[in-house]
Design a protein around this ligand. Structure first.
Ligand SMILES: *Cc1c(COP(=O)(O)O)cnc(C)c1O
Length: 469
């Protein structure tokens, strides 16, 4: 064995102990770590011929790289939709690396890790109160989940014409209808060869809404004259966390022939709260659903899952099968994850979620969701009371979309946000909503408290002062 490796092997316990101590220092200090950093590194480091050993590298990491890390998992990182990592999820994530399973087949060779993934999906289905008729698995993020679900929808579409698109390529125009798709669904259309421009945009409900307009949807369906289509609907849009009306879509499903996909990356977690589950009423009737765990479930990146109705299992295998062996009989016989997702080799990505669900239970996630929403409302109300800000949209759930009050300030929004983010006390992301420049704050982190809102409001006032706004 190479001497650096041999030395590390002998020293394993000490190395892990050092890493553990470092983790504690970072995690216990997270709220004081800036949410942005100005410094960058020189990326031209030369590769050394002889290995330094883990402890020396840890030291270099601490000197050069660790100071650049931002508190993206901290309580005031409100940009995009960014979750944190609960203690149980960190344990699960570490152990997934330690055990380093290749999660594929449901057999002894797979070391049962695929069964742990089955069990985790089963727990998630209980958390979200979805039926057992969904089969699921883990992928890196909602983007890959949308890709997996829409890839299966593509195969379904071909079947409506008696064709096998996975084998023979796409030979029919695939009709996609959607109102406010996330950019990752559009990216998936591009990756799937459907085309990022080949979709019909349905109007949203009049007024301050991002949800699909039922009448315009029905008009567009009628334009298709009975042809099949794929509907990409939203449970939680990124700007305003708006939801399509799933009960209305269900009625259409009884009348028309379409694949119904729901992107519920973060909004799906509304289902864990009695207060907010009405937003997803009827979603159990979808053909496929995308959900992220690295957002509201507060596990480390990369963690998301797909749910596809069991009746479509064969379509999913046709799309993602790794062997060219003709598929025969029960698709769940000889089940192997590498036949249903883009990846072949896969880590035990379910483990952080498994740990989290058992550690905190349904109540734990209900509390995280309800706390996030109440903080969003609290932040929104504070903005309304301040004469310098206005909300761009009502707060449906956990996202606050606002701007500097008055059209004359539109040109100053970007400058205000960049100055505010430079403080490192908070991080929010810019947006354009209904042709107005705005700012989004998304509340999903388990650590955020009312005290954080106060800290941020103070910084916002200070920034207004500095810019004489
Ligand atoms: C975040 C998000 C995505 C993309 O998720 P990744 O995990 O970044 O791949 C897709 N859809 C919605 C609604 C999202 O919020």
């Amino acid at each position: 064995m190479n001497s650096a490796l041999q030395h590390d092997l002998n020293n394993f316990e000490n190395i892990l102990e050092k890493a553990r101590q470092q983790a504690i220092v970072f995690l216990n200090n997270l709220e004081n770590i800036p949410t942005s950093k100005k410094e960058t590194i020189d990326t031209n480091r030369e590769l050394n011929h002889t290995g330094l050993g883990s402890l020396a590298v840890l030291e270099e990491f601490n000197n050069r790289l660790a100071p650049l890390m931002v508190a993206s998992s901290g309580p005031r990182y409100w940009g995009f939709v960014t979750g944190g990592s609960t203690p149980a999820s960190v344990v699960g994530d570490w152990l997934a690396s330690v055990y380093d399973q290749n999660t594929q087949a449901v057999t002894a060779q797979g070391g049962n890790s695929a069964l742990i993934e089955f069990e985790t999906i089963h727990l998630l289905i209980q958390l979200l109160e979805l039926p057992k008729s969904f089969l699921g698995g883990f992928v890196t993020g909602a983007t890959m989940s949308n890709f997996t679900c829409l890839g299966t929808a593509r195969q379904w579409f071909g079947k409506q014409y008696g064709k096998d698109f996975a084998k023979d390529g796409i030979s029919e125009r695939i009709n996609i209808l959607t109102a406010t798709p996330h950019s990752s669904s559009i990216k998936s259309l591009s990756m799937l060869g459907i085309g990022s421009q080949n979709y019909t945009t349905i109007k949203t409900i009049q007024g301050n809404r991002e949800a699909i307009d039922r009448e315009d949807l029905e008009r567009n369906i009628q334009n298709l004259e009975g042809k099949p289509f794929v509907l990409i609907s939203s449970a939680g849009t990124v700007n305003t966390a708006d939801f399509d009306d799933f009960e209305a879509i269900l009625k259409l499903k009884e009348q028309y022939n379409f694949w119904w996909h729901i992107d519920a990356a973060f909004g799906g977690f509304a289902a864990v709260s009695d207060k907010y589950k009405h937003f997803v009423k009827g979603w159990e009737n979808a053909d496929s659903i995308t959900i992220d765990c690295h957002k509201w479930l507060n596990v480390p990146y990369e963690s998301a899952f797909y749910l596809v109705k069991e009746q479509h299992a064969a379509l999913q295998i046709e799309t993602f099968q790794n062997s060219n062996a003709p598929y025969l009989g029960n698709p769940l016989e000889n089940f192997n994850y590498f036949n249903v997702v883009p990846e072949n080799s896969r880590r035990l990505r379910a483990l952080p979620v498994w740990f989290s669900l058992l550690a905190y239970g349904k109540k734990g996630f209900q509390d995280i969701v309800e706390n996030s929403v109440s903080l969003a409302l609290h932040f929104g109300n504070t903005l309304i009371e301040d004469e310098s800000f206005e909300l761009l949209a009502p707060i449906h759930l956990n996202n606050v979309c606002f701007t500097l009050k008055g059209d004359h300030n539109q040109e100053k929004v970007a400058q205000f946000l960049s100055k505010l983010n430079d403080t490192g006390k908070v991080f929010m992301t810019p947006t354009v909503y209904q042709n107005r420049k705005g700012i989004r704050a998304s509340f999903v982190n388990w650590r955020t408290t009312e005290n954080d809102i106060e800290i941020v409001i103070d910084e916002m006032k200070e920034t207004l002062n500095i810019l004489s706004l």
